[in-house]
Design a binder for this molecule. Structure first.
Ligand code: 13P
Length: 253
């Protein structure tokens, strides 16, 4: 019912030529895959990548402002991403929260601006190692989910959630499928508290040191509906393998 989404977040990586090559490889892999695919290039390459991907895979910005326009040097408005060809945008990625200090309120503002611009927000949530070790993982996730969902205008709004434990991002130390299962179940149950239908439909992606060897374990978890991939998405062959991943029970496309 929920088609898995395999998405690559390129972060601040790649030349223009690399971006075009990576995008073309993702399109090719997606054509042979039962999964949906998407890429999140740096803003400056979005328009060029949009020409390559067309409607074949999703295209998203890595962040958008909580403001609509104005004197906000260096920021990108959701409407600009939409005009550049995006269909989605990451909101509250861990690096935005922890490196650039975005608050729950600012992330919520980004979600609202994204929806107003016709984009699907990909609401990123995740606990730090300190929060996990203090037994606060569930509290942190629910707080971040509540803030993000509170910013949507209603259940008809499109939404994707990504669970990315901060301690697993870029560390080579992925969560276990069991840890992901627990977190994803908490998130889906929270959405269900206000809207069971939305909870059944929303795709919840896992992110954090996902690679071709461990993606299968995550996708077997019933509440995991895809992956948001950083480092492993920077090699087109590797990312292509992950896009093509099919559950053992399904026929290879
Ligand atoms: P890595 O796959 O490099 O751990 O990054 C995950 C991530 O932050 C994707 O948004």
């Amino acid at each position: 019912m929920r088609t898995p989404l395999i998405a690559g977040n390129w972060k601040m990586n790649g030349t223009r030529a690399e971006a075009l090559t990576w995008a073309a490889a993702a399109v090719e892999a997606a054509a042979e895959s039962p999964n949906d695919a998407a890429v999140f290039p740096p803003d400056v390459w979005l328009a060029a990548v949009a020409e390559v991907v067309g409607d074949a895979i999703g295209l998203g910005g890595q962040a958008c402002s909580w403001e609509t326009s104005g004197a906000f040097t260096g920021a990108t408005a959701a409407t600009m991403l939409a005009e550049a060809g995006c269909s989605m945008v990451l909101c509250g990625h861990s690096e935005r929260r922890h490196v650039f200090g975005e608050t729950d309120a600012e992330v919520a503002g980004s979600v609202t601006r994204a929806l107003e611009a016709g984009l699907t927000p990909v609401l990123c949530v995740g606990e730090t190692l300190e929060e996990r070790e203090a037994g606060r993982t569930r509290d942190v996730l629910l707080r971040q989910v509540d803030a993000g969902i509170g910013a949507t205008r209603g259940p008809a709004d499109p939404l994707i959630i990504a669970y990315e434990p901060v301690w697993a991002i870029g560390t080579g130390k992925a969560a276990s499928p069991t840890e992901a299962a627990e977190a994803h179940a908490w998130i889906r149950a929270r959405v269900a508290e206000t809207d069971a239908e939305r909870a059944a439909a929303v795709r919840i992606l896992y992110g954090g040191s996902a690679n071709p060897d461990n993606i299968g374990g995550f996708l077997e978890v019933p509440d995991v509906d895809g992956a948001l991939i950083g480092g492993a998405a920077l090699d087109p062959a590797t990312f292509g393998r992950m896009i093509r991943h099919a559950p053992a029970s399904a026929p290879e496309a």
